[in-house]
Design a protein around this ligand. Structure first.
Ligand code: AN7
Length: 356
């Protein structure tokens, strides 16, 4: 058994890899599946909710699962540069894995619309950052065009190896729970992740590792909700910049996951998304970025209205770490200003006793 070095080694018999392949890894995957203890009591419902905390991947998001595979295969095929369009997390992940591999990374990002932490990472990993006066969808179409004219491998989720890597999140959940959950809730932007989870759950069911398949619930931001509208859209807008996407690349795959699983799409306002983000940090000690909280916002909504049945086991994917977007977090806590006091015992004692 090879020394454990990330998800490719763990699941190598289910991935398109050979014994000769040089694996580009940062020990991604194996993220915690955390059972919520306080929120089910707060909502007074008989449900088991688990969160798959993908913010603990090496660059702080689920993108690392797909990137270890995509960059491994790009290097195997002799590629010397990768490229992606990104709302932030893909660019950070691509940049890190490119460094690891010793190849170049070019990333197109919407100017001023990516969270601070993601920009900081991408700069520190030394990627070639190309900011465009446009949104993710425009960046994506430019990337597809330019890849025809320059020797660069696209590592967005239209690269099938991205989906292969990301399907391992479903394997880990089944391996942890002993079977598939009843419902799987996740935020949907480009829809690569919902596609990947469905592929993973399906493969495990076909091989009888799992006895059932979950109902897939895809949740979007109200201002960026092409699946809920049933049509692609221009000018998507949401505070959850990670999912500020109007023209999802995995359109057909995601509809397939919804139909085959008997699931659904729904949308939530920025206020609802931020309330779910705060609830999770405030009541469970789990800090995710705004887009990620869309999965919990949706789950709670559908538990309340009975679409998700009581007695069920639900998994929500928390796609990215809360530290990715400090600006949005701090602006939500305007009413909880830290106190500043004199540096002496009496003042500290008073500050504590006044608050007990
Ligand atoms: C935190 O980084 O598209 O539905 O360019 O960063 O698979 O696109 C990010 C997407 C959810 C949506 N949560 O996943 C990018 C990018 C977070 C994300 C999504 C993203 P998909």
């Amino acid at each position: 058994m090879a020394r454990y070095t990330g998800l490719i080694n763990r699941y190598r018999n289910r991935l398109p890899i050979s014994t000769e392949t040089r694996i580009i890894s940062l020990n991604e995957g194996n993220t915690p599946l955390i059972k919520l203890e306080n929120i089910p009591k707060l909502i007074d419902k008989d449900v088991e909710i688990y969160v798959k905390y993908e913010g603990l991947n090496p660059t702080g998001s689920f993108k690392d699962r797909g990137m270890t595979m995509a960059v491994t295969k790009a290097v195997e095929e002799g590629s010397e540069a990768i490229i992606c369009a990104s709302t932030g997390n893909t660019s950070a992940s691509a940049a890190a894995y490119a460094v690891r591999a010793g190849i170049r990374a070019f990333v197109l990002i919407p100017d001023g619309k990516i969270a601070l932490g993601k920009l900081a990472q991408t700069l520190m990993y030394g990627a070639e950052i190309i900011q465009i006066n446009g949104n993710f969808d425009q960046g994506m179409s430019l990337v597809k065009e330019v890849a025809k004219h320059a020797p660069v491998t696209i590592v967005n989720s239209i690269n099938p190896f991205r989906i292969e890597g990301q399907k391992t999140a479903a394997f880990e959940i089944v391996d942890d729970l002993g079977d598939a959950p009843d419902y799987h809730c996740l935020p949907v932007g480009n829809a690569g992740n919902i596609t990947a989870y469905w592929k993973g759950y399906t493969e495990y069911a076909v091989d009888k590792v799992a006895t059932k398949l979950p109902v897939m619930c895809g949740y979007q931001a109200a201002g960026a909700s092409p699946f809920v509208n049933g049509a692609m859209m221009d000018n998507p807008e949401t505070v959850a910049t990670a999912i500020r996407i109007g023209r999802p690349q995995s359109w057909d795959f995601a509809w397939n996951a919804q139909k085959e699983s008997g699931g659904w799409f729904d949308k939530f306002t920025d206020e609802q998304i931020l309330a779910a983000q705060k609830m999770l940090s405030y009541h469970e000690g789990i800090f995710c970025e705004p887009a990620s909280a869309t999965s919990l916002a949706g789950a709670l909504h559908d538990i309340n209205n009975g679409k998700i049945k009581e007695g069920s086991k639900i998994v929500c994917t928390l796609t990215g770490n809360g530290l990715k977007d400090p600006d949005t977090a701090i602006s939500q806590c305007k009413d909880t200003h830290p106190v500043t006091i004199e540096a002496n015992l009496d003042a500290v004692k008073k500050a504590i006793l006044d608050n007990m």
